[in-house]
Design a protein around this ligand. Structure first.
Ligand code: DHB
Ligand code: MG
Length: 235
């Protein structure tokens, strides 16, 4: 319902309209538990960037976990644990989430948030450059059991590297999801000097060229602007 002080729909910018629709979806459908708002508050208090997925996107990830029956999940890019909590709740008490975070301070905030939300036992946070964490996971045989679902949401420049690791730790049927593959249309700029754009382009091209993957990408608008997810299935 529109509030008395809100501008009429036609007077709002597209971003304001997308954000209002996300608010309606949150209320009508997503109905996030209080833990998610608590994570946002803790992240703001710790002065962390507010770049986590939206609640609607988090629930989309949770539904992907439930639809596929995923139990072993790899996340790259923990931040304050917002998407981690969606994934962990959906995986259930037998779930195991390994999540990689570059910043020790962010990992500490995430650890507290996930413990407060009651999923601390099913989440392992690996701190440091994700490529190093993933290499050591491979070295110690920690990925002998493949992941069922992978969510890549860290530094975009390294997404091609993370994709390679994900493939080494996958099986037939593993689902690989990448966040932020559109970036307001920035992905189109083939001569961009932004390493994140180049990384995103290579990440998508590598999926398309890999005969072991069936992949697509979906554009999204919402409170996070114009962006999108890639989705791939290991054949
Ligand atoms: C940024 C990173 C993200 O993962 C995201 O979803 C939005 C923005 C960023 O680095 O700016
Ligand atoms: Mg993201």
């Amino acid at each position: 319902m529109s509030q008395p002080n809100e501008p009429a729909a036609q007077d709002r910018t597209p971003h304001e309209q997308w954000t209002a629709v996300d608010a309606f979806f949150d209320e009508a459908l997503v109905r996030p538990s209080e833990d998610f708002a608590a994570i946002r508050r803790a992240a703001a208090e710790a002065e962390m960037p507010a770049i986590e997925v939206s609640a609607a996107q988090g629930k989309f990830l949770a539904l992907m976990v439930q639809i596929t029956g995923a139990r072993r999940i790899l996340e790259v890019g923990t931040l304050a644990g917002f998407s981690t909590l969606w994934l962990a709740r959906a995986a259930g008490p037998d779930g195991k989430i390994i999540t990689c975070e570059f910043e020790p301070k962010h990992a500490e905030v995430a650890r507290r948030n996930l413990e407060a939300a009651g999923v601390g036992e099913r989440v392992e946070i690996k701190v440091g450059p994700a490529a190093d964490s993933l290499q050591s996971l491979l070295d110690v045989g920690g990925a002998d059991e493949p992941f069922d679902l992978v969510f890549l949401d860290a530094d975009k420049v390294n997404n091609p590297v993370y994709l390679e690791f994900a493939l080494k730790m996958s099986r037939k049927g593993t689902v690989i999801i990448g966040d932020n593959v559109v970036r307001g249309g920035g992905v189109l700029d083939s001569v961009s000097e932004d390493p994140d754009i180049q990384g995103t382009r290579r990440f998508l091209q590598a999926q398309g060229e890999n005969p072991a993957l069936e992949a697509t990408a979906l554009q999204t608008v919402g409170m996070k602007g114009w962006d999108g997810f890639s989705l791939a299935l290991v054949k």
